[in-house]
Design a protein around this ligand. Sequence first.
Ligand SMILES: CC(C)(COP(=O)(O)OP(=O)(O)OC[C@H]1O[C@@H](n2cnc3c(N)ncnc32)[C@H](O)[C@@H]1OP(=O)(O)O)[C@@H](O)C(=O)NCCC(=O)NCCS
Length: 157
Amino acid sequence: MEMSIREWRRADLTQIKRAWIDYCRSVARSDMRFRTNAEAAMMEWLSVRFRQSPGMGFIAEQDESVAGFLIARVDDWESSPPVIEPRRIGIIDALYVSEPFRRQGVGGRLIERAIQAMREADVTAVETIYDAWNEASIQVWNRAGFAPWMVHAYRML
Ligand SMILES: CC(C)(COP(=O)(O)OP(=O)(O)OC[C@H]1O[C@@H](n2cnc3c(N)ncnc32)[C@H](O)[C@@H]1OP(=O)(O)O)[C@@H](O)C(=O)NCCC(=O)NCCS
């Protein structure tokens, strides 16, 4: 059956939570410790985001299975120090495709769907955060027309 992209539903949140927390564990730096209530905190965060407007979530679905998801919002961006006029931009907080569905264009389609929603929301730019050491992340964003701007750099002490 064909892959389709739809808006998220409350019933999707548990599955999103599981996948996203596993992903967070896989990319955490060696000096980061997970809170004991990390799962509950993730679920609460997702529930708030689900209720919030203008939050958005998209699900890639095949045969009623969740193949991937994207979570985004439209928000005010303010510079620190506050020297640039605040502006509304689109922010993509999460993009995830389950392993059996990778390299089939699902991530690209989710990004495309989010960008379409951002255009409809009349924002001038869209930003995201990704793992700078992961080739799949680098490439999927690059293919979708995203380029790094300011970069977080780390040195462990
Ligand atoms: C990153 C991720 C979302 C990509 O999803 P995907 O559905 O496999 O991506 P697509 O199939 O749309 O790939 C688009 C392009 O990205 C590149 N790409 C994707 N995976 C790649 C990999 N493992 N290695 C190299 N290039 C890759 C390719 O150029 C690909 O196009 P092609 O297959 O036509 O060559 C997926 O690997 C994932 O969920 N990873 C874990 C979570 C994550 O890293 N999220 C992003 C940061 S928030």
